[in-house]
Design a protein around this ligand. Structure first.
Ligand code: NAG
Length: 230
């Protein structure tokens, strides 16, 4: 039997390389969410014209800067065509969240209501089902694999940062979730709206190739999703 050739690297050298690699990778891992804060509080001055990574800090702060009651009641699902509505509690509604790297939303769904496929460029999302039954899922970037699950009240599910995901109320009663994010302002990019309702428009020639359909189909979707002009 042939002897297994011994490693050309001294074991200690391997340890040194592994530790060096970890030291290089660790700081980038800690930057996966919002940036670390450099003071106790930095309540957002939403009216400031100063451009920083986040919002400038207000000089005078009250307890109401850290308070919001907007998630207490269900949102009005009639204001969207999808049968779902997101009520946000991020730095815009709660200025005290500035630099703290977290936020919440409440999402309400009519029976059959859908929160259409979208991504959050700056946050992982974790939902907690308050009531109802939901079909949820996300699609991996590597291989477009759908990771899906049916949820009931009390269940928790995670949508990893940046990945396309959706929820649908699979029951015959209203459903609701609370969603937590590791960003003060996760950002939402809805896939259909981003490509079919952008202003100025994404050219038809791009969309007919991308979706492998004709101009007529592209124009039809664009007209359905066009931002309402009043
Ligand atoms: C919900 O929104 C619809 C459409 O904008 C509106 O007609 C209706 O009055 C709203 N309902 C409530 C309870 O605010």
């Amino acid at each position: 039997m042939a002897a297994i050739p011994s490693s050309p690297l001294h074991p200690l050298a391997i340890v040194v390389v592994v530790v060096a690699a970890m030291l290089i990778l660790l700081p980038s891992a800690s930057l996966a969410g919002d940036a670390d804060l450099l003071q106790d509080i930095c309540v957002a001055d939403l009216t400031s014209t100063v451009k920083v990574n986040g919002f400038a800090c207000k000089a005078t702060v009250t307890s109401d800067d850290f308070y919001f009651r907007g998630l207490a009641v269900a949102g009005n699902t009639s204001v969207t065509p999808y049968g779902s509505v997101v009520t946000a509690a991020n730095v815009v509604q709660v200025p005290g969240l500035n630099t703290l790297g977290v936020s919440l939303s409440r999402i309400d769904y009519t029976p059959g209501g859908v929160n259409p496929p979208h991504t959050h460029p700056r946050a992982t999302e974790m939902i907690f089902v308050l009531q109802g039954t939901l079909d949820v899922g996300f699609v991996t970037a590597a291989g477009n694999r759908l990771v899906a699950k049916t949820l009931a009240a009390g269940d928790v599910f995670v949508f990893p940062r940046g990945l396309v995901h959706f929820q649908r109320n699979a029951g015959d009663a209203p459903a609701a979730v609370v969603a937590a994010f590791n960003s003060q302002l996760p950002g939402t990019q809805s896939l259909a709206a981003a490509v079919f309702a952008a202003e100025p428009e994404v050219p038809d020639a791009v969309l007919t190739k991308a979706f492998q359909v004709g101009t007529k189909e592209v124009e039809k979707i664009k007209s359905r999703l066009a931002p309402k002009k009043s």
